[in-house]
Design a binder for this molecule. Structure first.
Ligand SMILES: Cc1cc2nc3c(=O)[nH]c(=O)nc-3n(C[C@H](O)[C@H](O)[C@H](O)COP(=O)(O)OP(=O)(O)OC[C@H]3O[C@@H](n4cnc5c(N)ncnc54)[C@H](O)[C@@H]3O)c2cc1C
Length: 544
């Protein structure tokens, strides 16, 4: 469609956070357009037929853990627009190469599922089983509070409360019956203190990293607990592919009247003095923003290139330059088109491991898991080609042709900049073979002959295609100094910038990455306050 040259609000980037902000602004009465540089909306919320025709792979976002609460999902009726989800009973598990009993953790949909988790852990340790169940139940009681915090801008420090990071609060640990020093410890320390079973520790280390929480980073203990005990049993599968969520979001926003332009890269934020007044596209087209510009594009590009370092104060230029990207949230992804789904040796003890939503493969000990994380964070291609995998065709037949299966998996990997393009090409061509060779020791039917076609997606691919810099799915490291009210840095924590009329809403903002739509929603709340718009959250009865 021909580009309109003037809007109230212009959003740079059509990732799901940008679409969220756009939809709410349009509904609040601002004429809004989103400009996305790719041919597709939704960034990492996408599905690809990358191996063979008819095999769908969620190469990126796979687990939808926020759907029950996500304001956008409910306020805009996304289910009716095709974004529907399944909730697999066996949620996460780990299998072993010698066929030892697996550990399987189940959904929290029904109380009896928690009993199944207890039973699975108790095979190894009654103590660990009781500890897991006790903490899981208490985490449940925190849920409402945690959701309210996610879908509100972070509390900022005051003289009375200089350290308001909610998710690092000692009070939370008290409610969970855990000692206060866990908050300052690393997830590994917390996991080691809580659990004696090496098999469970290995699974928990991996679950901690799954949400980008570095397992050995001090000060991330509470975040690790959230990752291991809350997020982990709430995973939903989008029927027909994760992309159905992104499509439904755009449909909802467009139905509201918002315009969405694909293949429209923004290269400049236009300024009038210290005020953002529009954007320039790569083809030279200038779009006026009568009220505001908001960016879903990465932080450094937005501030240092699109605004330009010369237009920033020394403090903001410094903050933007110093902002760290990776290494703990960097993934490589595999896609395998299969004749048969994997059949694990460990299934002889509990067949549910063959139908577990997220299965950890390739690690027999917690030490192997730590070595693997250390390799990735240290800039080395992990020597142990182990992964977290899922076979969505086990639940949803639309993921593969009849009788066949579609597998995907994640490897924590080094940052894109640690290797040359030639080295990445070599990894892309060879790493799946290493993975399959190891996988076979865990599930003997996972031979090369079982693989119809395969695909490997490197961190460099993600940077090139999605502008997920370094392949970091949060577009900015999670760390105590870049989290909570310090994300991305203290002066920008409330989605505003020092440039009047320029806002930020990417995953480098609070609360971080993940398909939560929270950053877009929270940015909307701030903008609604600044521009005197209606505040739907005050009347929706939801509390956020
Ligand atoms: C491999 C992988 C697996 C993941 N798995 C999960 C999961 O299972 N569950 C979960 O909840 N989350 C998961 N995530 C995280 C989640 O998908 C992301 O954190 C989230 O999508 C980021 O939000 P976003 O889409 O708004 O931002 P981004 O992905 O940062 O999107 C930014 C958008 O801006 C566009 N853009 C950039 N520069 C410009 C420009 N100059 N002009 C115009 N447009 C521009 C980009 O093309 C992109 O579309 C995963 C991410 C990855 C990469």
């Amino acid at each position: 469609m021909p580009v309109k040259k003037s809007y109230d609000a212009v959003i740079i980037g059509g990732g799901h956070m940008g679409i969220t902000l756009g939809a709410y602004l349009q509904r609040a009465g601002m004429e809004t357009a989103v400009f996305e540089r790719r041919h597709e909306e939704g960034s990492a919320i996408f599905t690809s037929e990358c191996t063979a025709p008819g095999f769908l792979h969620n190469l990126h976002a796979q687990y939808m853990e926020f759907l029950d609460w996500m304001p956008f999902y409910h306020d805009f009726g996304l289910e009716k627009l095709g974004a529907r989800a399944l909730y697999p009973k066996a949620q996460s598990g780990i299998a072993f190469s010698d066929g030892r009993p697996p550990i399987v953790l189940y959904s929290v949909e029904k109380p009896e599922h928690l009993e199944l988790s207890r039973k699975s852990i108790a095979v190894y340790s009654k103590h660990d089983a009781e500890t897991f169940v006790e903490i899981r139940k208490k985490v449940e009681s925190l849920e409402e509070m945690m959701v309210e915090r996610l879908y509100n801008p972070p509390e900022l420090p005051t003289a009375e409360n200089p350290d308001p990071d909610f998710f690092a609060r000692e009070a939370l640990l008290e409610i969970l019956g855990l000692p206060s020093h866990y908050g300052k410890a690393s997830p590994r320390t917390v996991i080691d203190c809580l659990f004696e079973t090496p098999e469970l520790r290995a699974l928990m280390y991996r679950k901690s990293v799954e949400w980008g929480i570095p397992v050995e980073m001090e000060g991330m203990g509470m975040a690790g607990i959230t990752s291991c005990f809350w997020i982990g049993e709430n995973w939903r599968l989008m029927i027909g592919g994760t992309h159905t969520l992104a499509h439904a979001m755009v449909m909802a926003a467009v139905r509201e009247g918002m315009d969405f332009y694909e293949s429209s890269e923004v290269v400049k934020v236009l300024l009038k003095g210290k005020r953002a007044v529009g954007v320039r596209l790569k083809d030279g087209t200038e779009i006026e923003a009568r009220k505001l510009v908001a960016s879903n594009a990465d932080l450094k590009a937005t501030l240092l290139e699109m605004v330009g370092e010369e237009n920033l104060s020394p403090l903001w230029a410094r903050r933007a330059r110093d902002f760290r990207i990776g290494p703990s949230c960097v993934l490589a992804c595999t896609g395998l088109a299969l004749h048969e789904a994997p059949r694990f040796k460990s299934a002889r003890h509990n067949p549910d491991i063959d139908k577990t939503f997220y299965t950890v493969v390739g690690f027999d000990t917690p030490e192997e898991m730590l070595d693997y994380c250390r390799d990735a964070e240290g800039g080395r291609i992990p020597r142990i080609p182990g992964a977290g995998i899922w076979v969505n065709s086990l639940w949803d037949p639309t993921y593969a042709p009849p009788g066949k299966h579609s597998l995907c998996g994640w490897f924590f990997f080094p940052k894109a900049s640690t290797h040359t393009r030639e080295e990445w090409a070599e990894v892309k061509a060879t790493y799946n073979d290493r993975f399959i060779e190891r996988f076979r020791k865990w599930a003997p039917n996972m031979t090369r002959e079982n693989v119809i076609a395969d695909y490997f997606y490197t961190p460099l691919d993600q940077q090139d295609e999605m502008r997920l810099m370094e392949g970091d799915f949060m577009n900015g490291a999670m760390a105590p100094d870049q989290g909570g009210p310090s994300r991305p840095f203290p002066e920008a924590a409330h989605y505003r910038t020092e440039i009047e009329g320029l806002y930020l809403c990417g995953p480098y903002m609070y609360p971080g990455g993940g398909a939560s739509a929270a950053n877009g929603y929270n940015a909307f709340k701030i903008i609604a306050g600044d521009f005197g718009l209606d505040k739907p959250w005050e009347t929706n009865g939801r509390g956020y």
